[in-house]
Design a protein around this ligand. Structure first.
Ligand code: TXA
Ligand code: MG
Length: 346
């Protein structure tokens, strides 16, 4: 497409959002399913399309230079420092919400999640939408609990018939493959005085990088932290069971599964023999994150009995990737043992 065509497509999408429709938007983390954050009916349509519980809050995406005080109340100086340092980029802040934020956006809580994405298509859309003054409420553009999409094709695979003039989703903007590949880091800045900053979801921007800006290391969540559906134990999951295996045990487990006649889809970064289906990912946190969700989707489609994943190293740089893998594998406990010993899973 020519540049002007792309701008026309984005402008059409902005008009659709203004009319209360849904648009799938590429961001640098994953694709989002967007609606006008100030239109409760439009936000409700996101929940319906995703099959997501109504009380789960969604992130509001804003244009570069947006007025934080329009969307949030009692904004602490540290939140402004983080916005200055990391926006546009893959950081979501939880802050006290402004009074006009619909309950559908905040999940009925007194806070709002807000971020300014860095993907050029998302920025162009935010600038075209409501003259750059609007907010786009957008969760990841997948069915509730499923793997987040990192390409426009993934979104089309998720929502198929629901896309187009007569579907719930007016358009899917194609911005290529998301560069980060896993969802944004979420830091709760709404209870600084009593709890300090709290890391609700690890991501590309690390707790240490946040500490370098505000001088305080975000804590891991406690029971009183705001609810976040991306922090549910079972989330980001393919339909095929997922099992993690340490590098040292992987070759042996693979051999035993194959000896038991099982089809194994393998996601790995160390050299290993051929299996039913496999994807070898880069052995770096950024490279692994970039390709992870496409790999999970491809292996989910391979008709295997199990997706076996080589467990990444445990150090801090891999925190975001390990978090998503742990959730993808949740609910598949005992699957490898069951497949080898021919006992039912669980
Ligand atoms: O990278 C991302 O964050 C992507 C892209 C599209 O921006 N979005 C995304 O949205 O991952 P979603 O809905 O799949 O996950 C957002 C997480 C959820 O766990 C939600 O509960 C949490 O953010 N969240 C949003 N607003 C919140 C709030 N006010 N308090 C606590 N958690 C909140
Ligand atoms: Mg999600």
């Amino acid at each position: 497409m020519q540049d002007q065509d792309i701008i026309d497509v984005i402008d059409d999408a902005a008009r659709a959002l203004e009319a209360g429709r849904l648009v799938a938007v590429p961001t640098e983390t994953v694709y989002g399913l967007g609606a006008d954050a100030e239109n409760p009916q439009a936000v409700a349509a996101i929940y319906a399309a995703k099959g997501r519980p109504q009380d789960h809050p969604v992130i509001v995406h804003v244009a570069p230079g947006a007025e934080l005080d329009y969307w949030c109340a009692d904004v602490p100086p540290q939140a402004r420092q983080l916005a200055e340092a990391f926006w546009p980029g893959p950081l979501t802040m939880i802050l006290k919400r402004a009074a006009h934020i619909p309950d559908a956006v905040s999940g009925g809580q007194d806070t709002v999640g807000i971020r300014c994405p860095s993907h050029p298509v998302a920025i162009r859309l935010l600038q075209a939408f409501k003259g750059g003054k609007g907010g786009i409420a957008a969760p990841s553009a997948n069915k509730f609990g499923h793997v987040s999409p990192t390409t426009a094709q993934h979104v089309r695979d998720e929502f198929g018939d629901d896309i187009g003039q007569h579907g719930r989703i007016a358009a899917v903007l194609d911005g290529g493959q998301s560069q980060v590949g896993i969802e944004s880091t979420i830091v709760d800045m709404s209870r600084l005085a009593t709890h300090g900053p709290v890391l609700l979801r690890p991501g590309h921007i690390s707790a240490e990088a946040i500490a370098a800006v505000i001088g305080e290391l975000p804590a891991r969540p406690d029971g009183a932290a705001p609810r976040a559906s991306g922090t549910l134990e079972s989330h980001y999951a393919p339909h095929t069971p997922v099992a993690m295996q340490d590098t040292a045990a992987l070759a042996d487990t693979l051999a035993r599964l194959q000896a038991a006649g099982r089809k194994v889809a393998l996601i790995h970064y160390s050299p290993l023999p051929a299996t039913h289906a496999q994807v070898e990912l880069p052995a770096t946190p950024d490279g692994f994150a970039y390709a992870l969700y496409a790999a999970l989707r491809a292996m989910d489609d391979a008709g295997a009995d199990v997706i076996l994943v080589e467990a990444p190293p445990q150090d801090g740089a891999w925190l975001g990737v390990n978090d998503r893998l742990r959730r993808a594998a949740h609910g598949s406990t005992g699957i490898v043992h069951g497949l080898i010993n021919d006992t039912p899973n669980l």
